[in-house]
Structure formats: structure tokens, C-alpha cells
Write a protein that binds this ligand. Structure first.
Ligand code: 5GP
Ligand code: MN
Length: 350
């Protein structure tokens, strides 16, 4: 029923690599989001069921509202156990690199991955993958890496043996990378895949609730503070900026994952099609960019914030103060005036 988007040649190679391997490591990007964790766990359960000794290694902590997933407690956090993680990476047969396109996105884990003699398989949906893997399954037209993992398992002929735990993780990743199917989600095949996952016994409403109804009260108080005190709307450009400094985050006991979804908030405002969220971190400003329509936030991210990502959802890092980051954003906005205004007009005409 669904189109074969991954080359047969790559499917055969991955199946062969899994067949020959005893041990596998799955790595995913820094500050892992729902798709990073979902695709990793979806594949992890599959590999375990295939008899492999598999481990997921993430560079740093991941959000608390993803910790209910089966297998999430076994995820190894590199920052906590660097030597152990490096040993596993150097001794493994096979490394799966999920939901990132360049090794710098996995920070120090990348050094160990590059040095490892293991075969490497990249499965990702970000544009411009770099050339470090033996098999590169890169599909920017697909809205989540989790969907690619589903497609890979099916094409290897193993849909029947996919477990409910794997299906649950895959659904969670597909859901979070599309804002619960509110953007990048017009491909009819997504819903065909969801039907298949439901047949595995997942409860999609339960999964939604676990992810989106599990925040702390402090997170909502921080959001309220941000929306009233830390938001600027640039009506002429249809753009919005929000930010949080260190003090704000301390005041509201911000935890990993608490700012997830904030970058999208200005897009809820009539006429706003481009949104930027700046969050002060210990040694840099973390930047999240979102857009609607054709406005390329990845171009803006790479021009100003050493970043990249997708057309409508990108990120980056700024090394300087919050005031300097705001200033750079405001100085750059006029350069994008034509693009922003034509995008806004196109969306209004729709
Ligand atoms: P988020 O804003 O949720 O952190 O990231 C959204 C998307 O932007 C991610 O899926 C990823 O593609 C991209 N992204 C986030 N941070 C960075 C970064 O520091 N560098 C690059 N190249 N891409 C990023
Ligand atoms: Mn993703």
C-alpha cells in the first residue's frame, strides 16, 4: 500500500549488516527530542527482538515527558558515563545514527563514532547529510526519522514481528515531529502507517496524553511570563520573537524539555509566519526557529546562528549575550523582508 521510498539496495545492505552483527549502538542528536528518542527506541526494540545486544547512547539528558516509554530507562547518557559510552561505541559491530545529518550534532559522541571501526548506518530526514556512513538513508521529504525506521523495518520484511513497544515509540516520534499532525503532515501515507501502528495495539490518545499532558505547573507559569514579558511582534514582517534569560529559567525551575513547543507559540498569532525563540544557556544562546509556508528558517539559522535544520523548523547556537542575539535578529530581519512579506501574502491568499 505504501510507496517504496528507500532504495532496495540500502534495505538489503542494512538487513545484511544486522544479520552479521551481535552488538549495535544507536546514537542520536544532542538535546534529544521526541523523534530522536522515538526513532531510537523503535529501532532498539526491533534489534533486541532480532537477538542483538543493543544500546542507545544520547549526548545529554532528554525530556522527562518521554521517560514513560519502554526501554527509555536503559538509554545511556554520554555526559554521565563518557568512558563507558566510548567503550561501547568502539567495541560495537554496528552504529545507527538517527535523526541527525552531521557528526557535530552529537557533540563529543561524534568523536567516538568517527573513530569506531563499526559499520555505520545513517537514518535521517535533515537535508545535506555528510559523508561518514556506510549506508546513508536520508529523506528530507519525510516528516520524521521515526517514519523512516517504520519503513525500514517493514521493507526488511519484519512488520509482523514488530512489537507494540516499538510501534508506540515510532508513533510518538511521528507525532512530536509534526506537532501532533498539525504541520508537515499532509502525506496520506502517514495515516496509512498510523493505521498499521494501531493494528499493533498502540493507544494513540494515551501516547498524546503522556507527552502533552504531563508538564509541570512551573512550565506553564514560565510560558505565561514569557508571553507577557518576553515577546515582540514585528507586524510589518509577520515575525515574532520570544526569549528567556537564565534568571527566568531559574525562577520557574526550568527542567530539560520545559521549553519544548515554545518556539511555535508566536505562530498562533494571526499574521505571524516566522518565529524565533532565544533561550539563554550556560555558555551560549540556544536558538529555535519556526515558520509556516515557504519561509526558509534554516537559511536564517545558518546565516545568523551557526545552525540549520528543516525549512519550517530549525535551530542553532549563538555565542554572545542575549541582547546581542536579539540585536542580530532585528538587524537581519529587514534582509528577509521580501521573502517574509510574499510568504505572508501567499498564506493569506490560500
Ligand atoms: P529545536 O528548535 O526543536 O531544538 O530544533 C528544531 C530542528 O532544528 C531540529 O530538528 C534540527 O533539525 C534543527 N536544529 C536544532 N538545533 C540545531 C543546531 O544547533 N544546529 C543545526 N544544524 N540544526 C539544529
Ligand atoms: Mn526528526
Amino acid at each position: 500500500m505504501f510507496t517504496k521510498i528507500i532504495d532496495q539496495d540500502k534495505i538489503t545492505k542494512v538487513a545484511d549488516l544486522i544479520d552479521k552483527a551481535d552488538k549495535a549502538v544507536i546514537v542520536t542528536h544532542v538535546s534529544p527530542d521526541g523523534d530522536a528518542i522515538g526513532s531510537s527506541l523503535g529501532l532498539y526494540h526491533y534489534l533486541i527482538d532480532q537477538g542483538l545486544d543493543a544500546t542507545i547512547i544520547v549526548p545529554n539528558e532528554f525530556p522527562y515527558f518521554l521517560k514513560w516509554l519502554k526501554g527509555s530507562k536503559d538509554i545511556l547518557i554520554y555526559e554521565k558515563y563518557p568512558e563507558f559510552a566510548e567503550k561501547l561505541i568502539s567495541e560495537t559491530d554496528l552504529i545507527f545514527c538517527l535523526d541527525f545529518n552531521v557528526l557535530s550534532r552529537i557533540k563529543n559522541v561524534g568523536v567516538a563514532v568517527e573513530a569506531s571501526k563499526a559499520k555505520k548506518v545513517l537514518i535521517d530526514h535533515h537535508p545535506y547529510p555528510s559523508d561518514f556512513s556506510n549506508v546513508c538513508i536520508s529523506h528530507p521529504e519525510i516528516s520524521s526519522t521515526s517514519e523512516l525506521v517504520f519503513r525500514l523495518i517493514c521493507r526488511m520484511g519484519d512488520f509482523e514481528m514488530m512489537s507494540k513497544d516499538s510501534a508506540e515509540a515510532i508513533y510518538m516520534g511521528m507525532m512530536t515531529d509534526t506537532g501532533a499532525f498539525t504541520y508537515n503532515s499532509n502525506d496520506a501515507q502517514i495515516y496509512y502507517i498510523i493505521a498499521q501502528l494501531l493494528n499493533k495495539g498502540i493507544d494513540k490518545d494515551f501516547i498524546y496524553s503522556k507527552v502533552y499532558h504531563s508538564y509541570t505547573a512551573d512550565r506553564y507559569r514560565m510560558m505565561g511570563h514569557m508571553l507577557s514579558e518576553r515577546m515582540k511582534i514585528y507586524e510589518e514582517y509577520g515575525a515574532g520573537l520570544i526569549w528567556l534569560d537564565n534568571e527566568d529559567q531559574k525562577r520557574f525551575n526550568s527542567q530539560k524539555g520545559d521549553t519544548e513547543g515554545f518556539a511555535n507559540l508566536p505562530l498562533n498569532i494571526q499574521g505571524v509566519t516566522f518565529s524565533v525563540f532565544l533561550r539563554e544557556d550556560d555558555d551560549m544562546i540556544k536558538v529555535s526557529l519556526r515558520s509556516q509556508g515557504d519561509f526558509p528558517c534554516n537559511t536564517f539559522a545558518s546565516q545568523c546562528f551557526n545552525g540549520g535544520g528543516h525549512l519550517n523548523a530549525s535551530g542553532g547556537e549563538f555565542f554572545g549575550s542575549l541582547v546581542e542575539a536579539i540585536d542580530l535578529f532585528e538587524r537581519t530581519l529587514p534582509e528577509y523582508a521580501d521573502l517574509l512579506i510574499s510568504n505572508k501574502n501567499n498564506l493569506e491568499k490560500k
